[in-house]
Write a protein that binds this ligand. Structure first.
Ligand code: NAD
Length: 275
């Protein structure tokens, strides 16, 4: 907007987790660039490169290189390149999650050891690793954001081991905030409402979650990419200078409710009476 100060002018921000133009990370990268940030935008696998590269180039992003968080050599290469060319970082978005689709349905009790470890490593430990590496470059302080979901606070059907990984992620936010606050590095999570992306379409029955969620939130709608990117700009900006260790819900109020709204309750009760 004309005359308005750009909130992220001159900030150098590393954005992970862009897979395509539906990714929450992409919405955040674009909005941050509009607010004056310079963006580093690696991609997680060869499979997504052809979609990520043109997106990155359209906002003048740098460091469009592969960085699988399970590959230390690729992580070293990314952070060495950023250190050499930029010298420092002001922000980092962690927007990475993965689990075997076959275990995002049915019972959590049937989770395998192998998938438990892999889900935790990619979806939770990667925040610790990326934050430690980023914080070293945040010489004047900085802001780290991760994306989490309510399924880490309460059980959600089919979310299963990903919910347990999100609990670890939420807890890591608090521990990392405690470690890094003395260096002026803030660490927060945005707990986003459900939205269709590559990752979420792997969760069993996701479309029905979306349909119900829309009717259950106080705002009576689902969260949008604009909702999540606006919150991220705020947390990256100096407007949030006193905010750390926080799980900030951007979910149209869903997590603040404890019972179905009356109109849904009536429909459900009518259905039960007919049984
Ligand atoms: P997405 O599929 O666009 O993003 C997930 C990203 O994780 C992809 O870019 C993928 O390449 C990356 N990734 C997976 N394994 C990786 C690895 N080993 N190394 C590096 N990158 C890897 O989907 P999204 O929904 O935008 O997901 C972003 C984050 O938001 C995830 O943490 C997800 O759990 C979280 N989230 C999603 C929703 C939702 O409803 N979509 C809601 C709340 C939170």
């Amino acid at each position: 907007m004309k005359g308005m100060k750009m909130l992220l002018k001159g900030k150098k921000i590393l954005i992970t987790g862009v897979a395509n133009d539906m990714s929450m990370a992409w919405a955040i990268a674009k909005r941050a660039a509009e607010q004056g940030a310079e963006i580093a935008m690696p991609y997680g696998s060869e499979r997504v490169e052809k979609r990520v590269r043109p997106l990155g180039e359209s906002i003048g992003a740098k460091f469009i290189q592969q960085c699988n968080v399970q590959d230390d050599a690729q992580l070293d290469s990314l952070f060495n390149a950023i250190e050499k060319e930029w010298g420092h970082l002001d922000g980092m978005l962690h927007a990475i999650a993965f689990s075997n689709k076959d275990e995002l349905t049915g019972r959590y009790a049937d989770t395998t050891r192998e998938n438990f470890k892999n889900t935790m490593d990619i979806s939770a430990y990667s925040l610790v690793d990326l934050t430690r590496r980023s914080a070293k470059l945040m010489k004047k302080g900085g802001s780290v954001i991760t994306l989490t979901y309510f399924g880490g606070e309460k059980s959600i059907p089919n979310y299963n081991v990903m919910g347990v990984a999100k609990s670890a992620l939420d807890s890591s936010v608090r521990y990392l905030a405690a470690d890094l606050g003395v260096d002026g590095v803030r660490v927060n999570a945005i707990s986003a409402g459900p939205i269709i992306t590559l990752a979420s379409s792997g969760v069993g029955g996701f479309k029905s979650i979306l349909k119900l969620n829309e009717k259950m939130t106080p705002l009576r709608r689902n969260m949008t990419l604009d909702d999540v990117s606006g919150a991220a700009v705020y947390l990256f900006s100096d407007l949030a200078s006193g905010v750390t260790g926080e799980i900030h819900h951007v979910d149209c109020g869903y997590s603040s409710t404890g019972m179905l709204p009356n109109e849904l309750k009536d429909v459900l009760l009518k259905g039960l009476d007919q049984e």
